[in-house]
Design a protein around this ligand. Structure first.
Ligand code: PLP
Length: 370
């Protein structure tokens, strides 16, 4: 196992030991939740227990949870369902929304990365969309969107509302009825569950978007043999995330404050979205004059796993579309470093990061425009 200091929880999160225990146990059996024999019925009971655990995490009725392979599938399922009608999505959505259809209409954000409600309302009046899609917490900046206000506006203008809550689950409370959400996507591996499993949770609008057709699994809403072990692990991770939410916020909040207070003492450092409400586990910052590629490599060599806000495609770092939408220059949008913490992060990890940071800063000082 890697002995790097892992501070990249928004990319993926280590499996919790309790989740590993249930996974190990379930994976030993030939579980097909659709089989009518005893082994199949046992699998079905495990899946139904997990459905209750997911429903409890987001305050939804159990029968509104549809298991799938993760949030890329969940987001595509919803967007594809409405693809013949106008769809509004925020400029800072994950590519799993932005690339799910060719002609999405973009809602701008302000310089803190928060959706502009007045512009949203103008677009609703102009385009009369069938769907509005805005994420709960942004994966790069951690900014929390005013979801209840956004969904109220969408509904007022006759649109349904989809929320990608991948980076909110396990970090802040999610209450589907209170937030007015019609479709919500979740991914297990962002809060201590296994990869390759997630859920689309329906509100009470009565529409069931379906992407995969075939067998009658998930009441025909998502065909394909259920990933029983993955679903059980996902359910366990959801139960733990719900029970540990306050502790998570308190603990990661201390890390965030320690980190940001220290970073601010260095000239040339800019921390993004400080004027907005953010999840407590995420800090995105850049240093004038330094590219995130250079910094990422230097951190990596010194044993620290962090991430850059930018997308990396064909070996070339593209400026972050999130930071661009917030008004950042190409240079700034290519230079950001994201630190994201989680359940296994310790004060020593933060100290290790800050020690390496100090060393790198001293070494690269002459290149920094303080
Ligand atoms: N949405 C957001 C906000 C994400 O951060 C991610 C993963 O990075 C996804 C969707 C895609 O999730 P998955 O890995 O489950 O396909």
């Amino acid at each position: 196992m890697s002995n790097q200091t892992y501070l990249d929880y928004n990319a993926t999160c280590p499996l919790k030991p309790e989740v590993f225990d249930v996974l190990q146990h379930v994976m030993r059996e030939p579980h097909n939740a659709s089989s009518v024999h005893q082994t199949g019925r046992a699998a079905n009971m495990l899946v139904e227990k997990a459905r209750e655990q997911i429903a409890a995490l987001v305050n939804a009725p159990t029968n509104q949870v549809i298991f799938n392979s993760g949030a890329t599938e969940g987001n595509n399922t919803v967007i594809q369902h409405f693809k013949d009608e106008p769809i509004l999505v925020s400029a800072i959505e994950h590519d799993a929304v932005l690339k799910a259809d060719d002609d999405l209409i973009i809602i701008p954000v302000d310089d803190n990365g928060t959706v502009k409600l007045d512009e949203l309302e103008a677009l609703l009046k102009e385009h009369k969309p069938a769907l509005v899609s805005v994420m709960y917490a942004n994966n790069e900046t951690g900014v929390i969107q005013p979801i209840a206000d956004i969904s109220a506006l969408a509904h007022k203008h006759g649109a349904l509302f989809h929320c990608d809550a991948v980076q909110a689950a396990g970090r802040i409370e999610i209450d589907i009825p209170a937030l007015g959400i019609d479709f919500l996507t979740l991914s297990s591996h962002k809060f201590g569950g296994p990869q390759g499993v997630g859920a689309l949770v329906l509100g009470l609008c009565g529409v069931t978007p379906t992407l995969l057709h075939g067998g009658g699994q998930e009441k025909s809403a998502r065909a394909g043999t259920e990933n029983v072990a993955g679903i059980v692990g996902f359910g366990k991770a959801a139960e733990l995330a719900k029970a540990g939410l306050n502790d998570f916020r308190a603990q990661t909040g201390i890390f965030q404050t320690t980190l940001e207070d220290k970073l601010k003492t260095y000239g040339g450092v800019h921390i993004y979205a400080q004027g907005a409400e953010r999840v407590s586990n995420t800090t995105l910052f850049s240093i004038n004059g330094l590219s995130s590629e250079t910094l990422l490599m230097a951190f990596d060599l010194d044993g620290i796993a962090v991430s850059n806000g930018s997308a990396c495609s064909s070996g070339k770092v593209e400026p972050s579309h999130v930071l661009k939408a917030m008004g950042a220059s190409d240079e700034a949008a290519s230079g950001a470093i994201r630190v994201s913490t989680g359940w296994k992060t310790t004060p020593e990890d933060i100290e290790a990061f800050l020690n390496v940071w100090h060393k790198l800063y001293e070494r690269m000082k002459d290149k920094i425009n303080a």
